[in-house]
Design a protein around this ligand. Sequence first.
Ligand code: BDR
Ligand code: CA
Length: 321
Amino acid sequence: PRKILVDTDPGGDDIFALLWLQSLAKQGLAEIVAITTVDGNVRAKYTFNAASKILSVCGFPEVEIGRGVPFHEQEVEDAAYIHGADGMGNLSPTLPEPIQQFETARYADEILIEKLNESPGEITLVTLAPLTNLAAAERKQPGILKQAKEIVMMAGAFNCPGNVTPHAEFNIAYNSEAANVVFNSRQDLIVLPMDVTMQLIFTELMALDVYQTQPENPIAKFIFSLTQFMKKTAMAYKETQGQKGFIVHDAVTLAYLFYPETLLLRRAQVSVETQGKYTRGKTLLDNRHLPKNQPNAFVALQVDAVNLLAVLAEDLKRLLS
Ligand code: BDR
Ligand code: CA
């Protein structure tokens, strides 16, 4: 199985990625090394609790959850208005209390550094959130991010508008300095931007289909209720072209790793704008060929959304069975 460490800020779409990962782990395809959480969609304490609950309820209570490196200078508002105050569609009370506690948890950068030093070249880092934790680890031990087997990121917006400003995507805009550190850390980042994720609309009907396979299962109910909650804001903000569903941005990272035929990537140089008055947090793509640019990434610009959503739904059903 592929060893995976996820850095996340649940978040409805983060939760879908975590559910998908756990299904893949149950199928023997993935091993979850740890989950680190961070300030982003909601504050670090809530993202920690959400991740902790989701891992416990799906049968992975022993996976260590890290708490976010403190960060209070975020450049944009959080997204509680989209994901609910608890980051999980206000459904937190419907799930059992987790075993791990925020107050006693280790910080994310410590876990990242420890795990990457222990198994150099073996761990896939999956990032679903602002890059505060990864940048903190890299600042503490320069070169540590090169010890990951690969870094697969939901981040950026290139040939499409951003979601927090006309130019910037949330995970970059929230802490653009941290993003810049990560984009300078290696030459082979896997970048899955809004250009592809905006096509990933997980609909109410898909959720119903999953739910109906195991209507008594609490996770099935949770998936359906979370989709209902997320749908409301997604539709209010006109993100889904009128479709009754929401965008599962972060799930794209698992698609890249386990169903790579659903994405087409292109070698490119990505830079992060950390200064611009109007463009701070924007990701810029130079895809001219060498020697004009210095590629640091593979960027997805095309996706087979129909098949990606179909395999996601199938794997969610496998999680329930
Ligand atoms: C990203 O921002 C967050 O709100 C989502 O969870 C996703 O990681 C999309 O821009
Ligand atoms: Ca996220």
